[in-house]
Design a protein around this ligand. Structure first.
Ligand SMILES: [Ca+2]
Ligand SMILES: [Ca+2]
Length: 245
């Protein structure tokens, strides 16, 4: 039995060589596979390394860019702060100037008001007289006119015949002339006494006793010699006149 098996494989000296060859070939193939695997693995690792390097460089560049942007933003923020501070200072200066100008304007307005008061209180045209902040013009000595022409003369002087509202004013006028036209008449309607500004005669006036009597169609009012009070006279009479502005 044993002899038959050995003859089948060609003798006991050839069998180990054959197995060794097979094993060597197998080992060689295995080593090739291992080397190939290692090469593939290394190539993959190198690829990964390169990608990581590129990614790292990109990140570094990104960080650099972000740092640059951050610095730029910080500078911009600082500049905005400086501008805001400067604008605040300018605004405060403008507010201060506004307050100063407002105070100056108020002071000037007060001066203008005082000047206007001073003007009305002390200044009348040359040749005019002042009384209680009003200006009065008395016709020249020796010149006489009827009531209508006297009034026209006053109007040419941007005034009108005097309107007498107080006893003081009456006394002031009668010291200038003891006979003079005043701006009162009943020309428009008999017995309806109106001043030249269109207003009605208020109260009883300063009529002489027995006047107004419309004696001979008397429609214009004069201050006459008799005690300085009023008399209605004919408008055509020519006497001095007094204007009030
Ligand atoms: Ca009359
Ligand atoms: Ca009369």
């Amino acid at each position: 039995m044993t002899t038959d098996k050995r003859s089948k494989y060609g003798g006991p000296s050839q069998s180990p060589v054959w197995w060794i060859g097979v094993a060597a070939v197998s080992l060689g193939l295995f080593l090739l596979i291992v080397i190939f695997g290692l090469v593939i693995h290394n190539a993959s690792a190198i690829g990964h390394h390169t990608i990581l390097q590129v990614g790292l460089a990109t990140c570094q560049k990104l960080v650099h860019n972000l740092t640059t942007d951050k610095d730029a933003l910080r500078d911009e923020r600082d500049q905005i702060k400086i501008n805001a501070s400067r604008m605040t200072n300018e605004m405060q200066a403008l507010q201060s100037n506004y307050i100063t100008l407002n105070a100056s304007r108020n002071a000037l307005q007060q001066q203008v008001t005082k000047l206007n008061q001073s003007k009305t209180g002390t200044l009348c045209h040359l040749g005019w007289k002042m009384f209680n902040n009003k200006c009065y013009y008395a016709s020249e000595k020796g010149v006489t006119k009827n009531w209508n022409n006297s009034r026209k003369d006053c109007q040419q002087r941007r005034a009108d015949l005097v309107i007498i509202t107080t006893k003081d004013e009456l006394d002031f006028v009668t010291k200038i002339y003891d006979r003079t036209w005043i701006g009162l008449s009943d020309i428009q309607r008999e017995g309806k006494w109106k001043w030249v500004d269109g207003s009605d005669l208020e109260g009883n006036g300063f009529w002489q006793t027995g006047e107004p009597n419309n004696s001979g169609d008397e429609n214009c009012v004069e201050i006459s010699r008799r005690n300085g009070d009023w008399n209605d006279a004919q408008c055509k009479v020519e006497i001095p006149w007094i204007c009030e502005a």
